[in-house]
Design a protein around this ligand. Structure first.
Ligand code: SF4
Length: 327
């Protein structure tokens, strides 16, 4: 009996990744979609897209590895803090490490030649393959006819003539395929990754520049207003109740602050060391700036793990003074 080959499909929830999964399934392959989760790209939309096409999605967390790579990506960054070439390479390598466990023969991804300026040029596709430990096991069904053969083609597991030759930024063929396959939900191209967002990238760059690229600090980048006090200390202040709730969920061992008697924003300090009293005074002043109920000064309680046992009296900082701390 002919062997049924099994492949991982790198799955983002974008149309191209969905098409490549359905396309390969229709050709008779056993396709396991896999989503590699990072602090910058969560699986929510991919899970929805997978459900929509009735496939089960494997979600695997590569946050630590991704953060390590971000310190110094070999090919630099795209327009913002998105190191797409090396990010793809990391995704392939991490998926490659799971191949044995899932008894998988090769990998597919939904890349289309020449669609995105940075990660999908032919040299980029080849460099991903050259660098990756799974270099020779990648098939790109949507454009494999146009790129170099890999082992699955050489070995006859995948027939080159079955593959497609989609290239360029036009989406017409993909839209036709989507209609043919009845796809109703997919993530917008390029959407979903915070590293492509200019504001987020600015805050992230600040962490990199201050040697604070750690998972707990990165987690706070998604919430609130951000301020840098000095090279060691950052403050995050909630903008509304939703931010305050999110900050409460994220805090582990960080110092948090809140005005006594004047319900308002929650502040959290991101630092590898404890602040001095002088610094705390400054932080409390910045926090009070965003508390509408405080006129001139107030007591601010602070502590860890919501034990706000310590208090400091601080003056409300004037808006023009806060400016220089805003990130
Ligand atoms: S957009 Fe984000 S997730 Fe996608 S390759 Fe680039 S860095 Fe990686």
């Amino acid at each position: 009996m002919k062997k049924k080959y099994r492949c991982f499909a790198l799955f983002s929830g974008g149309l191209d990744s969905i098409l490549s999964v359905i396309f390969m399934k229709k050709l008779g392959y056993d396709v396991l979609p896999i989503f590699l989760k990072t602090p910058f790209f969560g699986p929510e939309n991919a899970l929805k897209a997978a459900e929509n096409i009735s496939v089960e999605l494997i979600v695997h967390d590569v946050s630590k590895q991704h953060l390590e790579m971000l310190r110094n990506p070999r090919y630099g960054f795209g327009k913002n803090m998105n190191p797409c070439i090396v990010c793809h390479e990391l995704m392939f390598r991490e998926a490659g490490l799971l191949m044995e466990e899932y008894n998988v023969d090769f990998l597919i991804s939904g890349e289309v030649l020449g669609q995105r300026p940075m990660s999908q040029r032919i040299d980029a596709l080849n460099s991903v393959r050259k660098l990756s430990e799974v270099k020779d096991l990648i098939v790109r069904p949507l454009c494999q006819k146009l790129i170099k053969d890999t082992l699955p083609i050489h070995e006859g597991w995948v027939k080159k003539e079955d593959m497609l030759d989609i290239q360029g930024r036009g989406r017409q063929r993909q839209i036709e395929m989507a209609e043919e396959f009845g796809i109703t939900f997919y993530q917008n191209p390029g959407g979903g990754c915070l590293l492509t967002d200019a504001g987020f990238s600015r805050r992230l760059k600040d962490l990199v520049e201050h040697d604070m690229l750690e998972l707990n600090f990165v987690a706070f980048l998604k919430v609130g207003r951000h301020f840098r006090l000095n090279d060691d200390i950052k403050i995050i202040i909630g903008r509304n109740n939703a931010d305050n709730n999110l900050i409460s969920q994220l805090v582990e061992n960080e110092l948090i602050l809140q005005a006594v008697d004047y319900p308002g924003p929650l502040g959290v300090i991101n630092s590898k060391r404890n602040p001095t009293l002088e610094e705390l005074d400054l932080i409390a002043s910045i926090l009070l700036r965003y508390n509408n109920k405080v006129e001139n000064s107030a007591e601010v309680a602070y502590g860890k793990k919501f034990q706000l046992d310590n208090k400091i009296r601080a003056y409300k900082m004037q808006p023009e003074q806060v400016e220089k701390y805003i990130l």
